[in-house]
Design a protein around this ligand. Structure first.
Ligand SMILES: C[S@@+](CC[C@H](N)C(=O)[O-])C[C@H]1O[C@@H](n2cnc3c(N)ncnc32)[C@H](O)[C@@H]1O
Length: 211
């Protein structure tokens, strides 16, 4: 399956799930990661945030409730998910339909990027890391949370993903994520477990770190 077809499968799957995503069992894993993401950004200052693969906007909503006053942006490849975000957040956030590989923002624009349970949908992960590094200001921070699966389970799972119709592409090990992040220009990497089956990577766009 080529890259375009993989993205189309994600878009179609999430368009189908959007209307009841927040209450459905298949959003439980993403929701289980949100507390770790909120803890990771606690105590840090940020003026402009982008949630890449924002889904229904639940995480941005929680962050806006807890820490109002920042400029919130969300991007999602699924028009139906983006619409759910707009309904939830209204004028509190700017939500666009788009691809994580081609972020429609200027260089050095964000203080913080979130990416939760979305990275395993991306067929060209290194292109996404490069885009994330481009739109983050020097010293800006990426908080990426996704599945954490033990080696043999991960290999089995990754084999299955390609035959399932949900648009999932690949779950990465912490080491694989770290290598991609460093190659894209991130540094000061920190990795923690998140929820029961999650991992959370924090990384700084290293041009002039002042986080
Ligand atoms: C499992 S959902 C997680 C949603 C949300 N981050 C959360 O925490 O609930 C994955 C999201 O990533 C989006 N997505 C998948 N591929 C994408 C891409 N290439 N660019 C942007 N968003 C993408 C999907 O449409 C979906 O909304």
């Amino acid at each position: 399956m080529n890259v375009t077809a993989m993205k189309e499968r994600s878009r179609e799957a999430l368009d189908r799930q959007a209307s009841d995503y927040d209450l459905a069992p298949w959003s439980a894993h993403a929701r289980s990661l949100h507390p770790s993401v909120l803890a990771a950004v606690d105590g840090h200052r940020f003026g402009r945030i982008l949630d890449v693969g924002c889904g229904t906007g639940a995480l941005l909503g929680r962050l806006l409730d807890l820490r109002p006053g920042f400029e919130a942006h969300g991007l999602d490849i699924s028009p139906a998910m983006a619409e759910q975000s707009r309904r939830r957040l209204g004028e509190r956030a700017r939500i666009v339909v788009g691809d994580a590989e081609l972020l429609p923002y200027d260089d050095d624009w964000f203080d913080l990027l979130l990416c939760v349970d979305s990275f395993h949908h991306y067929p060209r992960p290194t292109a996404v890391f490069a885009e994330m590094e481009r739109v983050l200001r020097p010293g800006g921070r990426l908080v990426l949370a996704d599945f954490r699966l033990w080696g043999p389970t991960r290999h089995l799972f990754n084999g299955l993903l390609h035959v399932l119709p949900y648009g999932d592409v690949h779950v990465y090990s912490p080491c694989e994520l770290a290598v991609m992040a460093v190659e894209a220009g991130f540094g000061d990497l920190r990795w923690v477990k998140a929820g029961r089956r999650g991992q959370l990577l924090q990384a700084v766009a290293e041009r002039d770190s002042d986080w």
